[in-house]
Design a protein around this ligand. Structure first.
Ligand code: ZN
Length: 220
């Protein structure tokens, strides 16, 4: 009789242990699934954001010169290369380097349709203009020597429209600081997610694609 009670007790403990293990497995398993779901959603969101960049791109930002064949630009994939002005950080963009090292020489065109969201001096970016495109992507053009017009926030911009001229402004608190680095155009592309209002994406491959879509312009 005593043995029998002990047996029942042991059986009960075993059953409880099994149920406990089963519940632990179920909760672990479903926790794993619910952790995977946002990742898949996020991947889809990023995919759609990149799609938006492709949808908006129309022209390479530097046109071909119809007069000066040697007026070209070159660029490399310098994404997240170290930059050290005002601290160490990664390069969030692509630099278009000119074959003609002259500030104010190359026209800078809008790659997209959009609206002027930011204009004016930035300590790092110098004279810069930021265009918000139709599909909510932010296109950032920095270090301009000057603007083509007296742009205001909210001005409507067409793809291929002249924004200003390539220069070497920036890296200074004082407006108009120039000559701190070689003449070039810095291109930045930013998308926004629910969590990150300005998520930088690498412009390099977009610009490689746009190289086949250069406008011809008269400058020499
Ligand atoms: Zn740059």
């Amino acid at each position: 009789m005593r043995l029998s009670i002990a047996s029942y007790g042991l059986l009960l403990i075993c059953v409880c242990l099994l149920i406990h293990l089963e519940l632990a497995w179920i909760s672990g398993h479903s926790a794993g699934e619910s952790a995977e779901l946002p990742a898949a959603e996020q991947a889809r969101e990023y995919y759609e954001l990149y799609e938006n960049v492709w949808k908006d791109l129309v022209y390479f930002p530097i046109p071909e010169s119809s007069e000066d064949e040697k007026a070209e630009v070159s660029f490399e994939n310098s994404w997240m290369f170290e930059r050290t002005y005002g601290g160490s950080y990664g390069h969030e963009g692509t630099d278009l380097m000119p074959s003609v090292d002259r500030s104010g020489y190359y026209p800078v065109l809008s790659m997209t349709d959009g609206v002027v969201e930011n204009i004016g001096w930035l300590e790092k970016g110098g004279w810069r203009i930021g265009i918000r495109s139709v599909h909510d992507v932010y296109f950032y053009y920095a270090h301009l020597s000057s603007y083509a017009e007296d742009f205001q926030k909210g001005d409507v911009i067409s793809a291929g429209q002249l924004l200003g001229y390539m220069g070497d402004t920036g890296y200074g608190k004082e407006e108009g600081t120039s000559g701190q680095f070689p003449v070039h155009l810095h291109v930045g592309i930013y998308v926004r997610t629910e969590e990150i209002p300005e998520l930088a994406v690498n412009p390099y491959w977009f610009l490689r694609y746009l190289e086949q879509h250069k406008l011809k312009y008269s400058f020499s």
